[in-house]
Ligand binder design. Sequence first.
Ligand code: DGL
Length: 275
Amino acid sequence: MNNANNTELPIGVFDSGVGGLTVLKALAAELPHEDLIYLGDTARLPYGTKSPASISRYACQAARLLQQREIKLLVVACNTATAVALDQLRAQLHPLPVIGVVGPGANAAVAARPGGRHLVLATEATVRLGAYRRAILELDPSASVQELACELLVSLAEEGWNDGPIPAAIIDRYLGSLGAAASGVNSVILGCTHFPLLRQAITAAFASNVSVVDSASTTAAVARNLLQNMGLAREIGHAGSMLLLATDGTSRFARVGGWFLGKKLSAGDVTLVDL
Ligand code: DGL
């Protein structure tokens, strides 16, 4: 890759749907001079309940579309796609740099709680693959890690039911499945793109000294450092743009996605693409 010619290319960001817009928001804040192309695979959402074979296939197709549009970095904003397909995507897109959200999330948790007792809340597929467990224990062998699949929280966030008795009861029900083990936890990792919207309700379910981390801002910091180290960072002075692509439902993408991005969107802001 000839970096001098590539600084002006956009950063590609991919997720199974709108959840990764939490990561896009962090990238836009951290890298205001960069152009961003976001692809949400809304036609095939959710990934979290699918088999690894399907998730890999979907992730590779989405990445190919972004690669064809010419990008200088791919950010896999989806925890599930990162857990299942990060290595495969790196091999497929080489020499294009690819970063995922699991490593940065694990880093943030370990930095907040060295030797911590971490609880990872994520989708079924992310939990099944133990991606956070491996990433945390590699960084901090003295840590302990439990993982809990909380699929219903994805639907709650997309419904906008982020607070009140319904999410509180559902979170309690999930935590109840851990039994006494939940009480020793001192670090909670929001290992799914949707869970930052439920941060308050999740935080309220734990003691006040429990740290709650997500991977959005650490992933953006990793992207900034990588672009700088590779000589790919865009010059200050350019006002970064944002292009939103989806594989289905531009109106729903705009309505629900606006909550994740923290800004009002209309269907006209989203372009439909086929993979
Ligand atoms: N984006 C997914 C994740 O972060 C959540 C939604 C889904 O299951 O596709 O794991």
